[in-house]
Design a protein around this ligand. Structure first.
Ligand code: APR
Ligand code: PHB
Length: 390
């Protein structure tokens, strides 16, 4: 089998890239380890920056997003028994949209399928070869058969546990990493959100976040120990802890309901540079990871492949390689801004295990400053909604 761009991974990065390439008349094949059912129902993040929404709309993916996405013009910061709104749209002119990552994935799969796109689910043992030659090959197993996909380029969009990155020879890539001494326990609950906007809560017992997926479904998170066993968190304990950390403002109470899904996710910051080696282009979680506090993961994945889509179009349509050559440097500018912002939000809002009282005082001082200075709030807001240029 032959294609122009072989794509490993059917997350937001791989699927959007395939969609963008198709719109430029470029052929691709997407190889995914999991089933379609699995990727369409994997519960992940849910905040789209203004730029991500604009991109999805511009490329024909805005219908359901416009109908079901929840536009938010502010967020709330809760600490010390008080609530403060950061008026993002008033401060920046931009907004965010709450729309689950798996909904973006469903829309992309539907669009690719309708256009006759080649998506192969449940492939096993993906191996990349010949990345430094004119025609790389991706070998894999599908339905018990050994297959070969010959292509001009390979896009490694296979997430944080992918294989693409390991095809790069030792010594080429540099990793920049930060671990955090905590994790997030996330739940999806059949409960009407008790607030219209997201609530980020700083609390002595640890961070909590009140988010949502629809007018009937809440999405909630608790900071927990990194090695937390979900079995130690029966639903009652989760609700009780959420109440303690979120019901800190007079007159506000959480809505509860059946918990539909719960899981624990570790927190990590990672950047791998450069994002390209020869004919392999890496995008999304395959090359950079952020802790979820700044809600940047999906947006970075989409932004990477928007650049790649343009770069491949310039190559195939005009024979230009400048955008392919510049891809890594251009993408890394945005990646590092999001790295800093995600690290900063994480450091500001979590209870740190190694926390000394001095650092805890700095967090509170920063929160007071943020909620009283228009300049500082604007800085948070423009990072949160996504800067047009970085
Ligand atoms: N072969 C084929 N597919 C693979 C392999 C492999 N060896 N390894 C991983 N995959 C698939 C995964 O099953 C997944 O569907 O690659 C896909 C990667 O998708 P994501 O993890 O969603 O990564 P990305 O598209 O970069 O999107 C980043 O996902 O984890 C969130 O917070 C993150 O929101 C961000 C977004
Ligand atoms: C979510 O709704 O899943 C969500 C929202 C904001 C975050 C992280 C996750 O910062």
């Amino acid at each position: 089998m032959r294609t122009q761009v072989g794509i490993v991974g059917a997350g937001p990065a791989g699927l959007l890239l395939s969609h963008l390439l198709h719109r430029s008349g470029i052929d691709s094949v997407v190889l995914e380890r999991r089933s379609r059912e699995y990727v369409e129902h994997r519960v992940r993040a849910g905040v789209l920056e203004q730029g991500s929404v604009d991109l999805l709309r511009r490329t024909g993916l805005g219908d359901r997003l416009d109908r079901e996405g929840l536009r938010h013009e502010g967020i709330e910061l809760r600490f010390g028994g008080t609530a403060h709104r950061v008026a993002m749209t008033e401060l920046t002119g931009r907004a965010i949209t709450v729309y689950g990552q798996q909904e973006v994935v469903k829309d992309l799969i539907a669009a690719r399928t309708a256009a006759g796109g080649e998506l192969r689910f449940e492939v096993e043992d993906v191996r990349l070869a010949g990345l430094d030659r004119a025609s790389p090959v991706i070998r894999y197993r599908h339905q018990g058969r050994e297959e070969e996909l010959h292509c001009d380029f390979v896009a490694g969009c296979d997430g944080s546990h992918g294989v693409s990155r390991s095809a790069v020879p030792p010594g080429v890539l540099t990793e920049y990493e930060r671990q955090y001494p905590f994790a997030w326990l996330g739940v999806l609950a059949a409960a009407a959100p008790a607030a219209e906007e997201l609530i980020y809560a700083h609390h002595d017992r640890g961070f909590a976040l009140h988010s949502m997926r629809s007018p009937e479904i809440s999405r909630l998170y608790l900071q927990v120990e990194p090695d937390t066993d979900i079995a130690d968190w029966p639903d009652d304990r989760i609700w009780s802890e959420l109440r303690t950390r979120l019901e800190t403002v007079p007159g506000w109470s959480l809505n509860t309901g059946p918990i539909l899904e719960k899981s624990v996710t570790g927190m990590r910051s990672l950047v791998v540079e450069p994002m390209r080696w020869e004919r392999l282009f890496l995008a999304g979680d395959a090359v950079h990871i952020v802790p979820p506090t700044g809600a940047k993961g999906m947006n970075l994945a989409l932004a990477d492949v928007a650049l790649l889509g343009d770069a491949f179009a310039a190559w195939y349509q005009e024979g230009r390689d400048d955008l392919l050559t510049g891809y890594s440097d251009t993408a890394l500018r945005r990646v590092w801004r999001a790295q800093h912002f995600s690290w900063w939000m994480t450091s500001l809002l979590h209870r740190l295990e190694t926390q000394d009282p001095y650092e805890a005082k700095l967090q509170i001082s920063t929160l007071h400053y943020l909620t009283s200075s228009r300049a500082y709030a604007t800085s948070l807001a423009e990072n949160y909604v996504g800067l047009a240029e970085v």
